[in-house]
Ligand binder design. Structure first.
Ligand SMILES: Nc1ncnc2c1ncn2[C@@H]1O[C@H](COP(=O)(O)OP(=O)(O)OP(=O)(O)O)[C@@H](O)[C@H]1O
Ligand SMILES: [Mg+2]
Length: 262
């Protein structure tokens, strides 16, 4: 479904150098792939490249990114827009920055449907209610009419997931989707994402610095360090028997925190 070969992203500003250096990633339909690594290692740049969010005059992108046979690096803006909203959904850490503060939640969830599918207003509204229920937004009638600031952080993240999920995308890219949430809400969102993967078959590319979250959600993991994927494979195998020095450090840091109970 997703085939990344020898992807290199170099920002043109001359300061950052190569943010991503010749990485390979492959996902099949239904896969859950975690992307971990220290701050600045190139996780978000990788995700943004797949989602077509890197402006073409900002960086030089080399290599191949194919999604179901579409060449994402060379397709037209229209083709990208179509794939982006419909087949590839993207969810960020802080929904407040990606939700429009002046637009009611229900309308925002509905927005992608308007762009990509020919449904009547009533059909759209029903689909919004359905997806709100699916992601666990209670009282859809009431919630539909609320503004983002009237929801809790967890509800906002659910709304974002609903907005990304309403077109039944094949791939969801999640960049630290639970980092801004407290532990209980974090656990609920993780359960929701697992359910969407298992019941609806959506593939997840899940970026997180939290190895425990990755372990819960992702069967496979890729470890990034300084723009390179230093190790990838089965999550349990990589975490139980890390090969690369950086992965060893990462895993032992978590073990250490667990011992001191943080
Ligand atoms: N728009 C940009 N212009 C120039 N350099 C950038 C831009 N976006 C990212 N970079 C650089 O690319 C590198 C990788 O950044 P990226 O955001 O992918 O890191 P990350 O792994 O997501 O880190 P974090 O865990 O902190 O989110 C960094 O050196 C960063 O400074
Ligand atoms: Mg990032």
């Amino acid at each position: 479904m997703l085939d990344i070969k020898n992807l290199t992203v170099t920002f043109n500003d001359g300061r950052s150098g190569m943010a991503v250096r010749g990485i390979d990633l492959h996902m099949k339909a239904g896969d859950t792939l975690g992307l971990v690594g220290e701050s600045g290692s190139g996780k978000t740049v990788t995700a943004h490249t797949i989602a077509g969010l890197i402006e073409r005059d900002l960086a030089t992108i080399e290599g191949e990114v194919a999604f179901e046979g579409h060449d994402l690096l060379n397709c037209s803006v229209e083709e990208m827009r179509l794939l982006q909203g419909k087949d590839i959904g993207m969810i960020f850490q802080e929904p407040m920055t990606s939700l429009d503060p002046l637009m009611k939640i229900g309308r925002q969830i509905e927005e992608t449907l308007k762009l990509h599918c020919k449904f009547t207003a009533e059909e759209r509204r029903n689909m919004v209610f359905e997806v709100m229920k699916l992601v666990g937004l209670s009282n859809p009638d009431l919630t539909y009419k609320k503004y983002p600031h009237q929801l809790s952080g967890g509800q906002r993240q659910r709304a974002m997931i609903a907005a990304a999920f309403i077109t039944h995308p094949k791939l969801l890219i999640l960049d630290e989707p639970t980092t801004a949430l407290d532990v209980t809400v974090q656990a609920q969102i993780i359960e929701l994402l697992k359910r969407l993967n298992e019941k609806c078959g959506v593939s997840l590319l899940f970026i997180s610095h939290d190895l425990r979250v990755i372990r819960r959600v992702c069967k496979k993991v890729a470890v990034m360090y300084n723009g390179v994927i230093v190790e990838q494979g089965d999550t349990e195998q990589v975490f139980n028997d890390p090969q690369h020095e950086y992965t060893k450090e990462l895993v032992s840091a978590v073990a250490m925190r667990r011992r001191v109970n943080v």
